[in-house]
Design a protein around this ligand. Structure first.
Ligand SMILES: NC(=O)c1ccc[n+]([C@@H]2O[C@H](COP(=O)([O-])OP(=O)(O)OC[C@H]3O[C@@H](n4cnc5c(N)ncnc54)[C@H](OP(=O)(O)O)[C@@H]3O)[C@@H](O)[C@H]2O)c1
Length: 226
């Protein structure tokens, strides 16, 4: 049975992915800051706050002790902090970078020897906010830019292994990220966003490709709002 680790599996893209991988017969290890909502014998959930280093370390120990034979990691958990450039809150900056970048770097880095050994694949979720300039989103985009660079470095480090590394860079899709946004109170029309299951299907497709094929970068446009 193949095993996938999905961060942020309580909502939005991570939840959709977890359900889809379960349907495909995978064992799924999920985490979020809230309790898990999936009930399935092939699903295990850890309530982990990725902004707290001690909890990130607990999760890494859990994987090493109980699920060291994973095949795929999807670094999906994320939060949106919006602010005017002249009004950053340092706590929110630290929290957003901790969740969007540092936790993914630490988990992937500590599991790196196992990734090499297992030939495990990695998919990192960035954002199309990186493709333009959106001043209120600068903190979020900067965190995703760091994740992009980390993804490139990972890809290079794993060049001669069976592991493949993908940056998955989507435009807006329906999820709870805007409702949970910290900082400014911005609105968007969720009806104009892509369907989350359609986006998850693309990730599922990529992950099932033969190991001879690697997709280092994939960008998904929202045709309704481009
Ligand atoms: N939706 C979009 O339009 C869009 C576009 C481009 C990229 N993305 C990216 O897609 C990814 C998934 O986001 P989504 O849109 O599906 O958002 P979402 O519905 O808000 O889901 C985010 C997930 O991350 C988890 N998470 C957030 N903070 C956490 C923390 N401190 N510790 C542990 N888990 C935490 C959430 O769990 P809890 O809330 O339960 O903690 C939730 O499971 C993110 O990386 C996001 O940046 C989204």
């Amino acid at each position: 049975m193949k095993k996938v680790i999905i961060t942020g599996s309580s909502s939005g893209l991570g939840l959709s992915l977890a359900k889809k991988f379960l349907d495909e017969g995978y064992f799924v290890i999920g985490l979020s800051n809230s309790e898990g909502i999936i009930v399935n014998l092939s699903y295990v959930h850890r309530k982990i706050n990725l902004a707290l280093p001690a909890e990130v370390n607990n999760f890494i120990s859990f994987i090493k002790q109980e699920h060291d034979n994973f095949d795929l990691i999807i670094n999906n958990a994320g939060m949106l902090y919006t602010a005017d450039i002249s009004n950053y809150d340092i706590e929110n900056l630290i929290e957003s970078f901790s969740i969007n970048v540092f936790s993914h770097m630490k988990i992937t880095g500590d599991l790196f020897p196992l990734i090499e050994k297992n030939g495990a694949d990695i998919i990192n979720i960035t954002s199309s906010s990186l493709e333009g300039t959106y001043p209120s989103f600068l903190a979020y985009s900067a965190s995703k830019a760091a994740l992009r660079q980390f993804t490139k470095e990972l890809n290079s480090s794993l060049k001669d292994t069976n592991s493949r590394v993908t940056e998955f860079c989507p435009a807006g899709f329906q999820s709870n990220i805007w409702k949970k946004m910290k900082g400014l109170s911005l609105e968007r029309d969720e009806n104009k966003r892509m369907n989350v299951d359609d986006v998850a299907n693309i990730i599922l497709f990529i992950s099932k490709l033969t190991k001879d094929i690697e997709i280092p970068f994939i960008k998904i446009n929202n045709k309704k709002d481009r």
